[in-house]
Each structure stands twice: as structure tokens, then as C-alpha cells.
Design a binder for this molecule. Structure first.
Ligand SMILES: [Zn+2]
Ligand SMILES: [Zn+2]
Length: 92
């Protein structure tokens, strides 16, 4: 009796099933994937910045009106359009 034949077929089926699984094939080493929307990012800080979209974390605060922003660029844009200033303010 040869039982090794059956096990090799099982291995083939297992290989086929795992290759058909899209989520495991997407996750390549070196790329940073968003745990929330499975989007890929080339660098870790870009992913960190993107994750704030999901977590709602807003570390940048407007010193004038207290509005909070997730991105530094958005705060700068706010300062320019709302308060008509481009530089971050020094008064506390
Ligand atoms: Zn995401
Ligand atoms: Zn403001």
C-alpha cells in the first residue's frame, strides 16, 4: 500500500488553496499594508499617516481656534484660508 501518494495530492490541493487566497498573496515583505482597508503603502510613515484616517487621530491643532487636523498640511491650509497666515503661531 502506498499512502505517500495520497499525502502528496493533499499537499498539492493545499498549495492551490493557499495561492487562491488573495489576502495572503497581497501581503509581501517590505510593503506596508493598512489593517483597515488593505491598502498598500511604500513607506511606514505614509501608512502611519494614512491610518489616522481610520482612527480619527488628529495631532495637529490650530492655536487660534482649536480646530484639530490629522495632517500637518491640512492645518497649514486651514491657517492660510481661515486665518490668512502661513506660519505656525507662537502665542500660547
Ligand atoms: Zn486604510
Ligand atoms: Zn483655526
Amino acid at each position: 500500500m502506498r499512502s505517500s501518494m495520497a499525502t502528496s495530492i493533499f499537499k498539492l490541493v493545499d498549495m492551490y488553496l493557499s495561492s487562491a487566497d488573495t489576502t495572503s498573496s497581497i501581503e509581501k515583505k517590505g510593503s506596508h499594508i493598512c489593517q483597515f482597508c488593505r491598502k498598500l503603502f511604500p513607506s511606514k510613515w505614509k501608512l502611519t499617516q494614512h491610518i489616522r484616517v481610520h482612527t480619527g487621530e488628529k495631532p495637529f491643532e490650530c492655536k487660534i481656534c482649536g480646530a484639530k487636523f490629522s495632517q500637518k498640511g491640512t492645518l497649514r491650509g486651514h491657517l492660510f484660508t481661515v486665518h490668512e497666515t502661513t506660519h505656525s503661531l507662537q502665542f500660547m
